[in-house]
Design a protein. Structure first.
Length: 331
């Protein structure tokens, strides 16, 4: 039986990759913060339905010895390093903790695997934010990086560290360059879930408006369930390589809001207010990925369209707002 270790197992992607790996018959281990183990109901809502099939270990991305001990004990065949400070806006408020968690945390994982489980295949969660001020549209694996936030810079550093461990020590380590991927399990701080949760609350009379920042930013939005499949496929290949994972379609925040409100028969212009405080000091204007390599080498393609994604998220939030779980069903 293959053994997998996941950092960030309580997050959106961690929950979907756990389901996929359990379905494939893996023994699945997760690294969690001690506080999550103390408050499982609050911190583990995304993996609540899997808890009796997962083995969770307390450790911190800030502590090399704690990560080393878990890796040495678990001896994983595959490691999915998904944990990060992943909210771009927050990285402007606290650049230092974003860099510490994302760069050092990744470095500790790479080093601990090299020392304690060198045959383990390692996935690093790279990001389309690495392209930032894009040099071309669409972007592929050869497009130069120009990150626009401490978050983007931290992801470039993690990507380069992973590449260097692969080249210097001959380890099976790679990065997925994933574009925005969403679902009903997305955190409320990200724009898609912020919009769909407000759509539901406004429709049900629990709110009247939603405050947003830049409506003109364009993103290549896919479904997280599709994207974790690409992560897994990357680690099943003969050689470790980096891959772009995207839909190849770009839509503005305005289009997302328009469609989400229309789904419940409302007009976004009546409910969206622009809040200048939510405009980022440096914005990534457009992201659109070229996933040709993933299609050709991994035989991967996204299966959920933009329209289906918006529909699924609105429907889930409508249901949660009606049964009262929308407030609690989140971080
Ligand atoms: O939903 P977002 O916060 O996601 P962002 O910044 O694109 O990053 C996400 O995708 C990356 C992959 O490309 C990941 F690496 C990263 O971890 C994260 O998952 O913002 C999307 C866009 C931005 O242009 C932002 O300026 O929406 C715009 N926006 C407008 N109003 C807003 C808001 N974003 C947020 N979060 N909240 C707003 O009120």
């Amino acid at each position: 039986m293959k053994v997998a270790l996941i950092t960030g197992i309580t997050g959106q992607d961690g929950s979907y990759i756990s389901e996929l790996l359990l379905d494939q018959g893996y023994e699945v281990h997760g690294i969690v913060r001690r506080v999550a183990l103390e408050y499982p109901e609050h911190r583990m809502w995304r993996i609540r339905h899997l808890l009796d099939r997962l083995q969770l270990h307390p450790a911190s991305l800030e502590s090399y010895p704690s990560l080393f001990k878990v890796i040495q004990r678990v001896q994983p065949n595959e490691c999915y390093h998904l944990a990060a400070q992943s909210y771009v806006s927050y990285s402007f408020e606290d650049e230092f903790s974003t860099m510490n968690a994302n760069v050092n945390g990744t470095h500790y994982m790479l080093s601990a695997i090299r020392e304690a489980a060198p045959n383990c295949r390692f996935y690093f969660a790279g990001s389309s934010e690495m392209f930032g001020k894009v040099r071309e549209v669409p972007q592929n694996e050869d497009t130069p990086f120009h990150p626009r936030s401490a978050y983007g810079i931290s992801k470039v550093a993690g990507y380069e560290l992973t590449r260097n461990y692969r080249e210097a020590y001959g380890l099976f380590m790679l990065s997925g360059i994933l574009y925005n991927h969403e679902s009903p399990r997305r955190g409320f701080e990200f724009v898609t879930r912020k919009i769909t949760s407000h759509v539901a609350r406004i429709k049900n009379g629990q709110a009247t408006e939603v405050r947003l920042g830049n409506l003109d930013a364009k993103r290549d939005w896919g479904h997280a369930r599709d994207y974790v499949r690409a992560m897994w496929l990357m680690l099943q290949q003969d050689t470790p390589e980096d891959y772009v994972v995207s839909t190849g379609e770009s839509h503005s925040v305005r289009e997302f809001a328009d469609l989400a409100f229309r789904t419940v028969g409302l007009n976004y212009e009546d409910h969206v207010r622009i809040d200048q405080n939510l405009i980022r000091p440096a914005e990534v204007d457009i992201l659109c990925g070229d996933a040709t390599k993933s299609k050709e080498k991994l035989n991967w393609e996204h299966s959920t369209s933009f329209e289906e994604l918006v529909g699924e998220m609105v429907e889930a939030d409508m249901k949660a707002s009606e049964d009262g779980s929308l407030v609690t069903n989140g971080p």
